[in-house]
Structures are given as C-alpha cells and as structure tokens.
Design a protein around this ligand. Structure first.
Ligand SMILES: *Cc1c(COP(=O)(O)O)cnc(C)c1O
Ligand SMILES: [Zn+2]
Length: 426
C-alpha cells in the first residue's frame, strides 16, 4: 500500500486543555500535566478511507494506516496484527451467554501479545524522529516486543523489567540480544527510573516519551474487531487492564470508525474492564464510584503483565467504562487459573494469565447481570500462555506415565473405555 508520503496526523494534543504540540517525543502538557494524544484530519480521512479502499489492502494492522501517528510508510512491524476473531460457542454455553467472540491476540506476530501493535507504531515513529536507541519499562510482554522488533529493525534496545518476572518473559527478551535490565522493585519504580533515564540519556522510551505514538497502536485491535464483525460495533467488549490504555484506545477506535463512516450502523455499546484482585486500582476505583485511583504499592497476583499499581490511564479508563454503560470486575489467582483452563478446554486457546483475568471477569459480569445473557460480547485475549507456564504448574493434572507395553496400556488406560476397541475381535 502506498500513500505517497501523505499523512493525516496533524499534532499532539493535550487531553485536558486541547493545547496543540508539535509531533515530537513529547508526552505531557506543560500547563496541566495532561497526557498528549495524536490528533488527525478526520475530514480528509473520511474522504480517502472507505470499505472499498480497505478491500485491496494486506491483512495487517497497517490497513488502518491513516489513523496511525506516523508521517511516512511504516518501517517496523509490517506483519503485525489481523489476528483471528473467533466465534466461541462452547465457551458461550459454559458462561451462559447467547453469543461470544474471542479476539485472539495471543497469536500476534512476532511475540504473541497485543504489545506488538503498540511497538510497531512506536518504533516506526522512533525511526522517523531519528532515535538510535529505543527502550521501555515493561511487565514482560512489551519488553519481548521491543526486543524482537528492534532486532529486526537493526535498532539498539534496552528493556527494563521488575527482576521477578516469569522465565518465559525474561528469556523471551534475552534471546533477541537486547539489553535486559532487571530492577529490584515493582513496575512503578521501574517506570519512574525510565522517566529519569529518558530525560538524561535521550533514548526513545516507547511507553514514556513516545507514549502518544505507542498508545495509538492499540486502536488497531478495535478496528479489526469492527471489520471482522462486518463493521458492526459489538454490544459488549471486555478488556483486561494494566495501565488502562488498551481499553481507552479500543473505545477511541470504535468512535473514530463511526466518525469517518466505516461503521454501518451506530448502535449502543459498552466497554467493560477486568483486573486481578491482587492489583486492582482501576477496578476498585470504579466500584467505589470515583475516578480517583488509589495506587497499589505491592501488587500480588500471578497476572504479572497486569501488575501496574499506578495506572497511567486509570482515570480515563474509569470514565470510558462509565460513559459507555460498562462495568468492571476483578478476580483472584484461583479464578485466573480457572479462566485460563476454561478458555483452553472450550476453545483450544492457551492464554497467559492476563487472558485468565479477562475470562474470569467476563464470567462474573455475566453472572451479576452487567452483561445480559441474551446479548453478545467480544473478549480480548491479549497474551500467550506459553510465556506464563509457571502459573499452571500442578494445576492441570499430570501425564500418566506407563511402560511401552500394550498390556500395561490395556490395564491402565483401556479399562476406562466404556465400549470395547473396534478391532478387539481380530
Ligand atoms: C500490557 C498488557 C495489557 C494491558 O495493557 P494496558 O494498555 O497498559 O492496560 C493486557 N494484557 C497483556 C497480556 C499485556 O501485556
Ligand atoms: Zn494541557
């Protein structure tokens, strides 16, 4: 696809006071510390982007290129996105809801989480801005994606993580030859250190000084859901939350698609949030009926990818859920494991702990009536179970070990069968 150097990305804009900023490595407003967000020329996009134009494009997140904050053609993560949206009838039956869909970003390319979307945008923009070293503060998946995408783009990278992450997440960064820095401290302390490093060393931190670019990448998950539903907005969408950014950006995607005329019919929709009880600052604010987020200083949950005690977009996530008539739930570690197993057993999808949170909280949202049983919902599965295997050790049973002997097989396994094997008489 070629846009011949055309861009629809105009400015950065403060979410609070609407002051405009140049399209640089900036992320907070000087006047009120509000977050900066990408602003576009929607009239021009509405003229140039429609269903016919989309029909000719490759199936990646860059189909929606006009709505992403870069100036020229993307250069990093060209194959990212367009993950499956699966009709999940067996899980729907189990949870007692009429219609359920799974947006499966656990198979995103190249590092098996939705973070490949945000990194594709952030690193494409980092190159446009001339950064030679890119970096991030991460709970694991972002580090994996920065490491992989920087490697393939030939960029030098540093990833900073809490030092107690799962082995799959740590090795899943080291293998790409990046510089992995493990910090003795929770994510909030990692993030604070990264702000200091960004200021002093001038690196491109994808989720600090490049955050306005990074966060827009999440919208593509929303655009894809709409397109895969033939440009209808799902009645309910359930999203797990760390900083709360993905949830707010799926909402932004639904609104933008309607604004530029891609959505066929404007119907009501609700966006619901999910967190782990051991780190639920957004969920507990929502349940208290306030938008004031009380930080969690010592997160304690197996959903380490969601363990952000001071969520940057928590305030906006609360408002998004509230304004769309959505709701919010949180769940225990045992419920997370049950959620992972439910999704795996019903749909053949092995999600990481964050997906267990989404499934477990969806179950609660259906049980407590916030998602009515006769309606339809999309749940967002954001990461892959192969990266968080320790959460399941000893929780899914064990293989039965036998000798390579048919007699032993007959005695131990064959006896379980209620009917005789079909060729037993031969
Ligand atoms: C980062 C992450 C999220 C949530 O991200 P936010 O946009 O910060 O809320 C969800 N799931 C997984 C697996 C993640 O790695
Ligand atoms: Zn401002």
């Amino acid at each position: 696809m070629s846009l011949s150097g055309k861009t629809y990305f105009k400015n950065l804009k403060c979410r609070e006071c609407n002051r405009l900023y140049p399209k640089e490595a900036l992320h907070v407003c000087e006047f009120d510390f509000g977050p900066l967000e990408a602003a576009y020329d929607y009239d021009a996009i509405a003229r140039d982007l429609n269903h016919e134009v989309l029909a000719d494009r490759p199936y990646s997140m860059w189909r929606y290129r006009e709505l992403l904050p870069i100036d020229a053609e993307p250069t990093v993560g060209l194959q990212v996105g367009f993950t499956p949206l699966i009709r999940a009838d067996r899980l729907a039956k189990k949870l007692g809801i009429k219609e359920l869909w799974v947006k499966n970003d656990s198979v995103n390319y190249p590092t098996l989480s939705f973070k490949d979307r945000v990194v594709a945008v952030a690193l494409s923009r980092a190159r446009e801005l001339g950064f030679e070293i890119v970096a991030c503060a991460s709970t694991g998946n972002l580090a994996n994606s920065v490491a992989a995408n920087a490697a393939s783009a030939g960029l030098r990278s540093y990833v900073l993580i809490p030092c107690d992450l799962e082995q799959g997440k740590v090795l899943g960064s080291l293998v790409y030859g990046t510089n992995v820095i493990g910090i003795r401290g929770v994510y909030d302390l990692v993030n604070r250190l990264c702000s200091e490093i960004a200021g002093k060393y001038g690196w491109g931190f994808v989720n600090v000084n490049l955050r306005p670019y990074y966060s827009e990448g999440s919208k593509t998950m929303g655009f894809e859901i709409l397109e895969q539903l033939d440009w209808k907005v799902p009645r309910h969408t359930v999203v797990c939350m760390a900083s709360g950014s993905l949830l707010t950006k799926i909402h932004k995607a639904y609104k933008e698609a309607a604004l530029i005329g891609l959505v066929r019919e404007e119907t009501p929709f609700s966006i619901h949030g999910a967190q782990a009880a051991g780190c639920a600052p957004i969920s507990s604010a929502f349940k208290r009926g306030t938008d004031i987020i009380k930080p969690v200083s010592h997160p304690q949950t197996i959903a380490k990818s969601l363990a952000i005690g001071t969520p940057a977009d928590g305030y906006y996530a609360v408002h998004t859920m509230h304004d769309t008539g959505g709701s919010c739930e949180d769940c225990t570690d045992d419920e997370i494991v049950e959620g992972i197993r439910l999704l795996a057993e019903c749909e053949g999808i092995f999600s990481e702990t964050a997906g267990g949170v989404t499934v477990a909280c969806t179950k609660k949202l259906i049980e407590n009536g916030n998602i009515p049983r006769n309606e339809s919902a999309v749940i967002c599965i954001t990461g892959n179970g192969l990266k968080t295997q320790e959460a399941l050790v000893g929780k899914c049973g064990e293989p039965r070990i036998i000798s390579p002997s048919l007699r032993e097989f007959d005695e131990r396994i064959g006896v379980e069968l209620t009917s005789p094997p079909p060729f037993a008489s031969r």
